[in-house]
Design a protein around this ligand. Structure first.
Ligand code: BG6
Ligand code: MG
Length: 218
């Protein structure tokens, strides 16, 4: 039986994928006069800020030293924070409250397992922070697709990974959940074939299906 559900933030609790990518796009236009190929967005999903930057620099074969990378990452984050500064409960992805209420009613613990350092800000802005028993701090952990973010949440509650389920919209995230040895619920339009079950949106997830996932009978 699942005792802990670990949620990703971007693309799971709120839709910030465009905001992350648009912030990178502004930066690349400003400093390199490059219009980012929208197909690159999927490769930056779920991976840390610096790993996302490296994906983009590598694609365009741009070489720069670590201090320049840090400056670029900082400026991207400032732009991203401007984009999300007015976020409120209207920016929750549809159907999440039904799921969070159901898990709470079943006494199942909830954690945030996001690669984003802006996760705690968004939990508060969306007014769902009260549901969460633990927030993983990604800053000292290896990023997704490494399993560390998910394992950290399990360890916090002294749970076996088999007693945990992760919810993810990104390929790197689902890989991280499976590497952690947990049940993976995939969400969104990506092809998440490694997930144990996938729905395009939360309203599509019936409580019967959720119950099967929680019991491990799916
Ligand atoms: C993930 C996003 O959730 O967080 C990535 O999908 C992003 O696109 C990563 O790079 C890190 O976010 P932040 O807010 O710490 O730059
Ligand atoms: Mg995500």
């Amino acid at each position: 039986m699942i005792k802990l559900v670990i949620f990703d933030m971007d693309g799971v609790l709120t839709s910030t994928t465009d905001e992350h990518f648009n912030a990178w796009a502004q930066l690349f236009l400003k400093y390199y006069q490059i219009k980012l190929d929208p197909k690159l967005e999927v490769k930056t999903k779920g991976v840390s800020r610096i790993d996302s930057l490296n994906v983009l620099l590598d694609h365009y074969q741009i070489v720069c030293d670590e201090s320049v990378k840090q400056e670029l990452a900082t400026e991207k984050n400032e732009q991203y924070q401007q984009f999300i500064s007015a976020y409120d409960e209207s920016h929750r992805l549809p159907g999440i409250i039904r799921i969070l209420d159901y898990l709470k009613h079943k006494d199942i613990k909830m954690a945030l397992g996001s690669a984003s350092k802006n996760g705690p800000f968004l939990l508060k802005a969306l007014k769902i922070d009260a549901y969460f028993d633990y927030v993983v701090d990604p800053s000292l952990l290896k990023g997704k697709p490494n399993p560390d973010i998910f394992l950290d949440a399990a360890q916090h509650f002294n749970l076996d990974p088999k007693e945990c389920m992760g919810v993810e919209d990104a390929v790197a995230g689902v890989l991280a959940i499976k590497r952690a040895g947990m049940i993976a619920l995939g969400l969104g339009p990506e092809d998440l074939s490694l997930a144990d079950h996938q729905v395009k949106t939360f309203p599509e997830l019936t409580l019967e299906k959720l119950e099967d996932l929680l019991k491990g009978t799916l």
